[in-house]
Design a protein around this ligand. Structure first.
Ligand code: AMP
Length: 359
């Protein structure tokens, strides 16, 4: 695997804020960045060398894009696997590859894969029709969460079933598509591990943040998590097992529920940079965006040491219309350049460095 040199062109599939921050990280290391996405005016398209505006099914344009790039990556995991195959056929390296995407795109396959490599998850059942729900609910203890297998994010495509009365209509509420029914977990807190694996096989993890969700959307990520270091270490080891098993190249985020007795249950993983890692550029020696670029380019990974206690606060919907005069001097503000603040839309985030790290 050859090293991709500064001055090369990095192509990114997807034009959202993660693509924008990846582009910023790549530009700092001397790369040019091209963005491929169907939307006009998406956040990443306004900071790139060239916006390739096209559908993920446009084989001719995808091929031309891949040929113009030295390496291609992605900023969201629901890129059709067919598009990935078109890019791979050009010979331009694509990281992460089809395996990481295919497994993460289907919650059923994702849980089966995690369990197959020894990573525990909530108990679950596959649901293929309305009639499957009642028996699965009984088997899972009577309280469960129905989640579509594909294309759910930020709590979308999910319905709680807290009693047999909730079964009627649940299948319709999630859109009548194949689902998993997951046992409800009484977790003490949620954490995530950001892990990077380079094309040379080198791995690195960051200290896992404590994540708080509101209405299924990440609200804050705080590091340190407050958990004993042994539990954090266990979570970090599991994330390394996962990227090794997938042959993943790039950053990946593995989310966990932590039970009151310290048991870790994996919830899901995202094969990309992640919202719960947005505090890393300011609080750690190397942040997730720069690390992802290093990983896909075969560079040595940077040191992930956390230097500060930090808190990341998402600016969602109207909160994203923040008046600069309301900022505290220590607030590090990142805005994604989105034109309108729809409810639930991630508009930006603030990172606060609380104190130099003591532990
Ligand atoms: P997800 O889209 O799977 O990340 O779910 C969004 C959020 O819903 C999670 O971060 C949890 O806060 C909550 N959640 C998801 N699955 C479960 C579960 N099985 N039990 C309890 N809460 C859950």
């Amino acid at each position: 695997m050859s090293l991709i040199a500064p001055g090369s062109v990095i192509g990114i599939l997807g034009g959202g804020q993660l693509g924008r921050m990846l582009a910023n990280g790549a530009q700092r290391l001397g790369f040019d960045v091209d963005i491929y996405c169907p939307e006009e005016d998406a956040p990443a398209t306004r900071v790139c060398r060239r916006h390739w505006k096209g559908a993920y099914a446009d084989a001719a344009l995808l091929t031309e894009f891949a040929r113009a790039c030295d390496v291609v990556s992605l900023e969201f995991e629901n890129i059709p696997v067919a598009a990935v195959e078109i890019i791979e056929a050009t010979g331009t390296p694509l990281h992460p590859g089809a395996k990481s995407l295919a497994v993460s795109q289907d919650r059923g396959e994702e849980k089966a894969f995690l369990n197959s490599i020894g990573i525990a998850t909530a108990e679950y059942r596959l649901i293929d029709s309305d009639a499957d729900i009642a028996p699965a609910l009984a088997a899972l203890g009577g309280k469960a969460l129905l989640k579509t297998r594909r294309e759910g994010y930020d709590g979308k495509g999910q319905a709680w079933i807290r009693s047999p009365d909730d079964v009627a209509g649940a299948w319709e509420r999630v859109g009548g598509a194949p689902c998993v029914l997951e046992a409800a977990i009484s977790f003490e807190r949620e954490i995530s591990v950001l892990v990077a694996r380079s094309s040379t096989g080198e791995t690195a993890t960051w200290a896992p943040p404590h994540n708080v969700h509101l209405d299924g959307i990440l609200a804050t990520s705080t590091a340190p998590s407050g958990l004993p270091l042994e539990i954090e270490h266990d979570a970090r080891e599991q994330a390394i097992m996962l990227v090794d098993a997938l042959g993943h190249v790039g950053v990946l985020a593995l989310e966990f529920f932590v039970l009151p007795d310290g048991t870790l249950l994996a919830n899901e993983f995202a094969p990309r940079v992640h919202n719960s890692g947005h505090w890393t550029p300011e609080a750690c020696r190397t942040g997730q965006f720069e690390q992802h670029i290093r990983a896909i380019c075969g560079w040595p990974l940077g040191d992930t040491l956390r230097m500060f206690d930090a808190e990341m606060v998402n600016l969602i919907g109207e909160a994203g219309l923040i008046a600069p005069s309301h900022l505290e001097p220590g607030d590090v503000l990142t805005l994604y350049g989105k034109r309108d603040a729809r409810p639930g839309r991630k508009m930006g985030h603030i990172t606060r460095l609380l104190a130099p790290r003591k532990d």
